[in-house]
Every structure is written in structure tokens, then in C-alpha cells.
Design a protein. Structure first.
Lengths: 219, 378
């Protein structure tokens, strides 16, 4: 008697883990996703359907026929499900990618509202929030989509980190002027009454003349 | 060359002049010897002086230095230690500080001593000074940094000769070993100068060194400014910067490490370092510690310069060997250039170099370079 087949083990052995970044590097933009529960459900459905029809008068030849039909039915259901899932996943991936491209552009253009006052943590949080908003809705959850989301989260962090330097801009002149005025008005100090250390140094006229002649020469 | 303007610099007279210079009162005397270790600067007699329009300002982690040129071509420098310390606020302390001419500010019911006296007080009580800047940038850790910084700048610059007088101020180049934000720092100081009535214009620190020290070489070569928080490097060809960057190790990094190994405060380590140590001839365990970290800092800087040069696509092909000039407070220690040369010889530097030398006025070099930039616009 043959050993019972463990579908879970078979799937695990047949499957290969590939990082989403690796797929992107290979130029792949679409992934096929099939979760474990669905596989079991499809198998059950195929077997039940065939077995119910033929159960009662099953000769050896018929049993073989049943197996054959079950296999065909299973393959048909898998194919149909894959197509359905693929559409959803493709759509989801495109949604993620579009959202990230939009965010990156906004961040780099400084068009994110309040970006001038943001630090990289805030930007990273904002992008994470956007990724969460784009999480699959309804019954399309799967481990692969989670992996995809993790990958996008990682990208969001990278965007946050890289944009820290580009996005944080100088505060407005008005804000700074108000800040400095507020901080020092009416402060008790003798600072203007005490002379600071001072010294004399050689003049810079020679340097100035040289610089001007260089500027003239280049004009 | 000069423009005619009134000035209120350090309580300037209101006399107008017709020869194009600005009339300012500038303290022409050197500081007097202080009887007390924490004594401040006695106000010297102010002499009305005609000065050219345009100021230079070195915004350093350790020191703030301003430069101004008078009509006779003398450059007047003012220096403030960029530090402060807070002490208990009471009438006795207030009177004592006033008598000793020590600069103080009262903020949030704490008396804050600013500038050199803060540094001296910190040494006496083995405390750390508080610093408005860290690693070459405005510090986010110090809530009092901005008002203190504004007051310190006021003492250095006074009022502008006219509203919007140009003041070039030094800013660090983008650091290659830290994700620090130069843009914010630059904006803060631009705004601060504006609040004082100046038009602030940023100049990369290494480029300022080139302007003040490499005129003889047609402003071609490498300017290095070794400051408290950073080393700033600029490769210039005919006054045009080809490559500028900074590293976030400077004099403070040495102080912190020396303080750690010797179990003293960083302020005390700074004080030891500034008391005539020659790093080519260390005479004690403390001096040996200083020498070790100086050598490491120089080696680190040179390796970074080499690596940056080799990876940059914008490096000019210099037709002749160039000069490297070192400036900044960190280069003032005895034996700096010898140690620099020593470490330089250990690496295969990618550009032919004819000379490595110290700036004429290492501590004033950046402010003078900023002054050159400002005057060139007048």
C-alpha cells in the first residue's frame, strides 16, 4: 500500500522562496499566488465531486478513470482560480506601485503638505500608512501578499531615509524672524556691555584683487 | 570700491562719510589681561574706524569668529567661544559676574554664562559646557541654543552698516559619514543673520579656506578646515570648488575620547589640548592620549579624502602639483602639520601635492575667507 500523500509537504517541497525584490530585478512585474487553504479546498472539491458521481459502481478501471477525471477537474479548478487570483494580485501590485511612485514624487518635489517640517520618521510613517491603506480588502489575503507588503514597507523605510536630507528644508524666513525675536525680547543680559576677545589680522586686499582679476578673466 | 553708509557697529557714531567707507566704531585694542580665571573682557576704548562693507562670519562648533576690514586694509577679528553654562541665579552671582565683566543671560530663571568664561567655569567645576552646536550643525539637544546663538552673534557683528549688509557665513559641506541636515542649519543661520539686519550668504567652509589662503596659487588647491565638530574639505580649481565634503570628526571627537580614557570632562580635555601640547613630542600620559587621537583623526580624514577623490567623477586634472592648506582651531596644536605629513606619506594620495602647510591665521582663516567673498560683492 502506498504511503498517504501529505499535500502540505508536497507543496512545501515543490515551492521555492523568491524575494519580491529579486523578482523585480529579473524584470518580473506579476506574481502568481495560491494559498494553502485554497489548494486543500480545491482538492476536496474535485475529489468530492467525482467520487460522489462514481462511488457506487467503481471497478478498477472506473477507479482509474475517476482518478483521471479528478486530476483533470483539479487542474481546471486550479487554473481558473489562478486566473482569478492573478487578476486581483496584479491589480493590487499595480496599486501599490502607483501609490509608492506618487509618494516618492511628492516627497522629492517637496509637495507633501507640511514636508518642510517633517523629519524622516514622519515621512516613513506617512508612507507606511499609505501602504496599509492599499492592503488587500475582502478575501484575497495570502502569505505572498504579506511578503509583498513587507517588501513595500521596506521600500517605504528606504524612501523615508533617503528623503530625510532632501525634504527637510530651511524654515521660512518669517518663521525664523519671529522665533528669534520672541526668544530674546526682554531677556536680562549684560552681553552687550562686555567686550569680546578681538584681534587684528593681515588684510585681504591681495586676495580680493586676485579673485576679481580671476572673475574678470573668466567673463 | 567702498560704498558710503552709516554704521552702528558696536555703538558707531552717526557721522556720514563721503569717501565710500562705512563709519563704524570698532574696538582696536587687544583684550586686557584678566585678573581672574573667569573674568571677561574689559571694554576697551572704542575708536571710530571706517570699514568696508561686507562681513565674514565663521560659524564653528567650537568658536564663532567675525571679520571686518577697515579702510586701511586691516582685518579686525572678534571671537566668541560657542559655549555656555548655566548656574544658579542670585543677586550675589549677578553682582560678581557684572564686576568681573562676565557675559551672562538670564533665561528661565537660570543664569547662563556665555563664551570663554563659560568654558573657564566648566573647567573650574569639572563640568561640561553646553554647546549650541554639535558636529558642525545647530544642536537639536539644546533648547536654549537659538537665543544664545543670536546674542553671541550680536556681540560679534553688532549692527549692520546699512540694512541688508552682506555677511557671508560658513556652512559645512555635506558630511560623507553621517546623515546630517546641512540645509536646516544653513537656513537657521541665514534667518538669524536676517533678524540682525544682515543679508546672510552661505559659503562652504573649505571654500572659505581656499579664498583666504590660496590666492598665490590662483585659488587652486585643497583647503581643509579642522574645526571642533567637523573637518571640511574643498578641492578648488581657479576659485571654483570641484569637490566639497565634510567628515564628522573634529576637535570635539578628540576631546571626548581623551576624556573617556583619562576619566575627565571633555571641557578639561579641551583645556589640556589648548595648553601648548606638541603631538610629535608627547611628554605625559595625557599628551600621549591626545597624540594618539590626533593621529587617528588625521589618518581618518586623509583616508576619507583619498577615497572621495578616487570615487568622484568631477575631479579636475590639475596641470601642476597642488598645495594643501590646513586651517581651523584643531590645526593649531603643535606638530599638526608634521603629523599630517607623516600620515599623508603613508597613503598613496591620488593627486600630486607640492606642499602641505598651515594657514597664516588658522583660527581666523574661515572668517577671512568669508570676508573675501563678501567684499568681492561690494
Amino acid at each position: 500500500m502506498s504511503q498517504p500523500i501529505s499535500v502540505q509537504d508536497a507543496l512545501r517541497q515543490s515551492a521555492t522562496d523568491v524575494d519580491i525584490d529579486e523578482l523585480t530585478r529579473r524584470g518580473l512585474r506579476k506574481v502568481k499566488v495560491l494559498d494553502k487553504a485554497t489548494v486543500f479546498r480545491l482538492i476536496d472539491e474535485a475529489v468530492n465531486r467525482v467520487v460522489e458521481e462514481r462511488l457506487q459502481a467503481a471497478t478498477a478501471q472506473e477507479r482509474q478513470q475517476i482518478q483521471q477525471q479528478a486530476r483533470q477537474e483539479f487542474q481546471h479548478l486550479v487554473k481558473s482560480h489562478q486566473e482569478q487570483m492573478q487578476e486581483q494580485v496584479d491589480h493590487q501590485v499595480e496599486e501599490y506601485q502607483l501609490r509608492i511612485r506618487q509618494l516618492e514624487k511628492q516627497v522629492l518635489d517637496g509637495a507633501v503638505p507640511g514636508a518642510a517640517a517633517m523629519d524622516k520618521e514622519m515621512l516613513a510613517a506617512m508612507i507606511r500608512e499609505a501602504v496599509a491603506e492599499a492592503t488587500p480588502r475582502g478575501g484575497t489575503t495570502s502569505g505572498d501578499l504579506s511578503a509583498l507588503q513587507q517588501s513595500i514597507e521596506s521600500l517605504a523605510k528606504k524612501v523615508g531615509s533617503a528623503s530625510g536630507r532632501n525634504v527637510i528644508e530651511a524654515p521660512t524666513e518669517e518663521a525664523l524672524t519671529a522665533l528669534f525675536a520672541r526668544k530674546t525680547d526682554g531677556v536680562e543680559t549684560n552681553i552687550s556691555n562686555v567686550e569680546v576677545k578681538n584681534a587684528k589680522a593681515n588684510g585681504v586686499n591681495k586676495n580680493l584683487a586676485k579673485l576679481r582679476s580671476l572673475k574678470k578673466g573668466s567673463e | 570700491m567702498n560704498q558710503s553708509n552709516e554704521s552702528n557697529f558696536e555703538g558707531a557714531s552717526d557721522d556720514a562719510d563721503s569717501d565710500g567707507s562705512a563709519n563704524v566704531n570698532f574696538d582696536m585694542e587687544n583684550e586686557s589681561v584678566s585678573p581672574s580665571p573667569i573674568a571677561g573682557r574689559t571694554p576697551a576704548t572704542s575708536v571710530a574706524t571706517r570699514c568696508e562693507l561686507g562681513r565674514g562670519l565663521d560659524v564653528g562648533t567650537a568658536n564663532l569668529v567675525s571679520a571686518l576690514q577697515d579702510a586701511e586694509g586691516n582685518v579686525h577679528i572678534k571671537i566668541q567661544r560657542n559655549a555656555f553654562i548655566d548656574i544658579d541665579c542670585d543677586d550675589y552671582t549677578r553682582n560678581m559676574l557684572t564686576r568681573l565683566n562676565v557675559q551672562y543671560v538670564v533665561l528661565s530663571n537660570r543664569m547662563i554664562v556665555v563664551g570663554d568664561p563659560a568654558f573657564e567655569l566648566a573647567n573650574i567645576f569639572n563640568r561640561e559646557t553646553r554647546r549650541p552646536m554639535r558636529d558642525g550643525m545647530i544642536s537639536s539637544d539644546e533648547a536654549d541654543a537659538l537665543p544664545i546663538e543670536k546674542m553671541l552673534l550680536q556681540t560679534l557683528l553688532g549692527n549692520p552698516s546699512h540694512e541688508g549688509e552682506v555677511c557671508y557665513y560658513s556652512v559645512p559641506a555635506e558630511p560623507i559619514d553621517a546623515d546630517l541636515n546641512v540645509i536646516y542649519h544653513q537656513g537657521v543661520f541665514g534667518g538669524l543673520l536676517k533678524s540682525l539686519g544682515f543679508t546672510g550668504k552661505p559659503l562652504v567652509e573649505g571654500h572659505a579656506v581656499v579664498f583666504s589662503e590660496l590666492a598665490e596659487d590662483d585659488f587652486t588647491g585643497i583647503g581643509i578646515s579642522g574645526g571642533g565638530g567637523m573637518f571640511n574639505i574643498c578641492v578648488s580649481y581657479k576659485s571654483i570648488p570641484a569637490l566639497s565634503f565634510s567628515t564628522t570628526r573634529g576637535g570635539d571627537w578628540i576631546d571626548r575620547n581623551v576624556a573617556n580614557v583619562l576619566g575627565i570632562s571633555a571641557s578639561r580635555a579641551t583645556s589640556m589640548k589648548e595648553k601648548g601640547v606638541d603631538i610629535t613630542r608627547p611628554k605625559s600620559r595625557e599628551e600621549e592620549a591626545i597624540e594618539i587621537y590626533y593621529r587617528n583623526l588625521i589618518s581618518y580624514t586623509l583616508k576619507n579624502i583619498k577615497s572621495r577623490f578616487e570615487s568622484s567623477s568631477s575631479m579636475p586634472n590639475f596641470p601642476d602639483p597642488i598645495t594643501i592648506v590646513c586651517a581651523g582651531g584643531t590645526s593649531l596644536i603643535g606638530g599638526f602639520i608634521e603629523t599630517f605629513q607623516d600620515e599623508f606619506n603613508k597613503i598613496n594620495f591620488p593627486i600630486p601635492v607640492k606642499e602641505i602647510r598651515l594657514a597664516e591665521d588658522p583660527l581666523y582663516s574661515v572668517s577671512k575667507g568669508c570676508l573675501v567673498a563678501a567684499l568681492s560683492e561690494a
